[in-house]
Design a protein around this ligand. Structure first.
Ligand SMILES: Cc1cc2nc3c(=O)[nH]c(=O)nc-3n(C[C@H](O)[C@H](O)[C@H](O)COP(=O)(O)OP(=O)(O)OC[C@H]3O[C@@H](n4cnc5c(N)ncnc54)[C@H](O)[C@@H]3O)c2cc1C
Length: 396
């Protein structure tokens, strides 16, 4: 299909919406991204982008610019809550050798900025302060309605409007995302407030009963990012992330090893995120409307793949539309090429939630012992299905 003839609207200027906008504009489409916020927020802190996500950045022509912003960790160090090392998953050179591409970590704002600038350069319009209130569609196109603004007609509409996607409920009759019983605090601490030897160039995962904490350096090691997850029964309906006081976070990890306690003692600002999931949708596209990223497959962060899957979606969407004879066929092909993989990753992240939070000290001790005996290269090989996959080579 000749994308030069297509006027495409995208809802949401997150990683997924911006990557899709760029990929489509590079193929000639006339793309406008509608974002409800008035600017990019800094909320979100760190994002790990594994080699399968780097493949998409590379295909979009962003490899060098992204490399300049990325942190490249040497390994993932798995530790128990008392600080004892259980095992290491080698990354750095090992990931590069094995997958031909690096494993990177970014400040989310840096990655958003990179994608936004590239999208603008490619001719995309990003319309901030555009809150979409309703979406309808038929075989010929889609209509977007906004709060306090004129409606817009599009040949194609891509809804990358996040985990609480209004389009998913309005058009696809999907159930609302449900709370998983887990919350995550996220935030950053300036590295010069911390003993350097406690935070090497690695992702560290500290695991204890019903909770875990992940930490890694960003921006050349000048800041330390953390994600701290605990199980909890309820979540407010006000939003999916809220500012919280550091003392709640500190109390949740009180008595943990010095690395964790020292890091958390320096936290000034933090946000608490509810973690949501929803059943796999029967369809991701209808007429000329399709969902992308968290809007269609929100996942727990325990494989660090939500943004990576949004990048893969974006590439496959543009490729499928460019190859198809018509827009509806193209959206169907996109869905067919993406659904099994996204579902597999969603399920894998769910399984990791249990593994990280083992409650019984006996079971936890035994599981950690088994992990400690495993060969490190073999451990990395367990991720081949995920990291070696390259959607830009046209794989399904
Ligand atoms: C604690 C935690 C850690 C994570 N770590 C990682 C990681 O290391 N690696 C990784 O790959 N992923 C990670 N993720 C997941 C990742 O953050 C998300 O999967 C990813 O950001 C989803 O991108 P998206 O573009 O689909 O949605 P979003 O980033 O949510 O963007 C949706 C956009 O749509 C806009 N929008 C919504 N409704 C409307 C409307 N009505 N009108 C106009 N605009 C609207 C929103 O304002 C928003 O800008 C993590 C998630 C969490 C919670």
């Amino acid at each position: 299909m000749d994308l030069n003839t297509q006027k495409i609207s995208i809802i949401g200027a997150g990683i997924g919406g911006l990557a899709a906008a760029l990929a489509l504009a590079q193929k000639g489409a006339d793309v406008t991204v509608y974002e409800q916020a008035s600017t990019f927020g800094e909320v979100g802190a760190g994002l790990q982008i594994s080699p399968n996500g780097v493949a998409v950045l590379e295909a979009l022509g962003l490899f060098d610019a992204a490399k300049a912003l990325a942190n490249e960790p040497e390994s993932v160090i798995m530790r128990d809550y008392k600080g004892a090392t259980i095992t290491r998953l080698p990354l750095g050179e090992a990931a590069l050798q094995r997958y031909g591409r690096p494993y990177w970590q970014f400040h989310r704002a840096d990655l958003l900025d990179l994608l936004a600038k590239a999208a603008l350069d490619a001719g995309v319009t990003i319309a901030f302060d555009h809150h979409v209130t309703n979406v309808t569609g038929n075989e010929a196109g889609a209509l977007l309605e906004f709060e306090g603004r004129d409606a817009v007609l599009a040949d194609l509409l891509i809804a990358a409007d996040g985990v609480r996607s209004p389009t998913r409920s309005a058009v696809f009759e999907g159930e609302p995302a449900s709370f998983t019983g887990q919350v995550a605090w996220r935030g950053l601490v300036l590295a010069d407030k911390l003993p350097a030897e406690m935070f090497p160039n690695a992702a560290q995962v500290f695991m204890g009963k019903g909770r875990h904490l992940v930490t890694y350096p960003l921006r050349g090691g000048s800041v330390i990012n953390f994600v701290a997850v605990v199980e909890r029964e309820n979540w407010t309906e006000e939003g999916w992330n809220l500012p919280d006081v550091p003392s709640n976070l500190q109390a949740a990890f009180s008595g943990w090893c010095p690395e964790v306690e020292t890091l958390l003692s320096k936290v000034n600002d933090t946000f608490l995120w509810g973690l949501f999931n929803h059943p796999v949708l029967p369809r991701w596209s209808k007429n000329r409307i399709a969902l992308l990223g968290d809007a269609c497959h929100p996942m727990l962060p325990f494989l660090a793949q939500g943004a990576v899957m949004a990048l893969e979606d974006a590439w496959v969407l543009a490729d499928s539309l460019a190859r198809a004879r018509g827009p509806r066929r193209g959206l169907h092909d996109y869905e067919d090429r993406r659904k099994d993989r996204a579902t597999r990753v969603q399920n894998g992240a769910l399984r990791n939630a249990t593994a990280y939070h083992l409650k019984s000290p006996l079971v936890r001790g035994a599981a950690h012992k088994v992990l400690s005996y495993l060969n490190e290269e073999w451990l990395l090989g367990r991720f081949d299905w995920l990291y070696a996959h390259d959607v830009t080579r046209g794989e399904p």
